[in-house]
Design a protein around this ligand. Structure first.
Ligand SMILES: *Cc1c(COP(=O)(O)O)cnc(C)c1O
Length: 387
């Protein structure tokens, strides 16, 4: 399936049809598998063939369908799906790092990603350096001989700063480090990360991949060697696997991912343009006013489904949120329903005020995840709330 376009792969790849010939992919709810003979059990544990499973913490048919389909969309050789986006990010990092190693990470990160790097990895003896992700000179001067991983969000949450993937890959190559990218905001639709030289791409499937606010999930994608090697070794024994039911939800959601995300992106661009025209401080990498517009277009081809709005202060931001009628106040993103978030008091509350300001999260910053509703209705809602 590797040669088909993303759109075809999203619908056709990874199908494992049973003897019944079902058209829609089956949900296999099973923890274990039964073997014809003791010899067969022994062989399967020793050297499982393709589409042979032994235990669902390691892999199972519906989960494998999801993994094969998303790998085909992403253009990756292999994938392991996880219980959540954070299981994917923490699993990818933990599988590549050990005590005494050094990681360089962009500072502008999703709150839990920041906690994993800043606190958990540090507690396990990993040396951590944070840099301004959009300043390539900072990456260059931060790497050392023991640097094993460079980590960033290609489009940062919630400040929408773009990291130059190919430039960071170049820095990583100079010290033999791996590049791990959290691509949640870029989505598989606007990702060319593997082509651009990234070693491991992580997604929170909870976001655009489900896209309808139902199930948690994540996925780690990369080369056969990395995924079948350190990543699966770590994930299979630590247990952060995706459930079969969630894999089935995610698998079917991949079929409509591109339709939803491209409509959401069209809506986001329209809203960002109209709101900016009225003199508000709008951050959206798909706007020509965004300092990294050219990089965003060459790297992703579109600005994505989320824009941020910088209002004066917390009071103004709260008043705006409380006046919204279509946008829900929530902390998810990438959903078919439009969602508004106040990062400083929710998703990024754990950070200190100082860390938040360093990451550009001012008290009046709002993150607007644009859904698939009619753009005109959404615009009217936002303009009304802005008063
Ligand atoms: C939501 C999110 C995560 C975490 O995903 P979960 O599925 O909630 O664990 C990680 N990174 C980014 C950029 C996110 O937006």
């Amino acid at each position: 399936m590797k040669d088909y376009s993303k759109q075809t792969a999203a619908v056709q790849s990874g199908v494992k049809r049973s003897q019944f010939g079902e058209l829609s992919e089956a949900l296999y709810l099973t923890q274990c598998f039964a073997y014809d003979t003791a010899e067969d059990a022994e062989r399967r544990f020793k050297e499982p063939r393709e589409d042979e499973f032994v235990y669902s913490r390691y892999g199972s048919p519906t989960v494998a369908m999801f993994e094969e389909r998303i790998a085909a969309i992403e253009g990756a050789e292999s994938a392991f799906s996880t219980a959540s986006g954070m299981a994917a990010v923490s699993g990818a990092l933990m599988s590549l790092l050990k005590a005494g190693d050094h990681i360089v990470s962009a500072r502008a990160l999703f709150g839990s990603c920041h906690f994993v790097v800043d606190t958990i990895l540090a507690d396990f003896g990993v040396e951590v350096t944070f840099v301004n992700g959009s300043d390539i000179e900072e990456w260059k001067s931060a790497v050392r001989e023991n640097t094993k991983v460079l980590f960033f969000e290609s489009i940062a949450n919630p400040t929408l700063e773009i990291v130059d993937i190919e430039a960071v890959v170049g820095v990583a190559k100079s010290v033999g480090a791996h590049v791990v990218v959290d691509n949640a905001f870029a989505t598989p639709v606007y990702s060319k990360a593997i082509e651009q030289g990234v070693d491991i791409v992580c997604y929170s499937a909870t976001k655009h991949i489900d896209g309808q606010g139902r199930a948690m999930g994540g996925v780690i994608l990369g080369s056969h060697d990395l995924i079948e090697g350190p990543v699966k070794t770590f994930m299979r024994h630590t247990g952060g696997c995706m459930s079969a039911f969630n894999a089935w939800v995610m698998l079917k959601s991949l079929e409509t991912l591109e339709l939803r995300v491209s409509r959401q992106t069209e809506n986001a661009l329209k809203l960002a343009r109209e709101i900016e025209k009225r003199g508000y401080d709008v951050i959206y990498p798909g706007l020509e006013s965004h300092p990294q517009y050219d990089l965003c277009m060459s790297q992703h081809g579109a600005g994505g489904t989320i824009f941020s709005l910088r209002l004066e202060d917390k009071e103004t931001a709260f008043a705006f949120l409380n006046k919204l009628e279509i946008f829900s106040i929530s902390n998810n993103l990438g959903d078919a329903k439009s969602i508004a978030t106040h990062p400083a008091t929710t998703t990024h509350q754990r950070m200190t005020e100082e860390q938040r300001l360093a990451a550009g999260i001012t008290p009046g910053l709002l993150r607007m995840s644009v859904g698939i509703e009619a753009a005109d209705d959404l615009l009217a809602d936002v303009l009304n709330a802005l008063g």
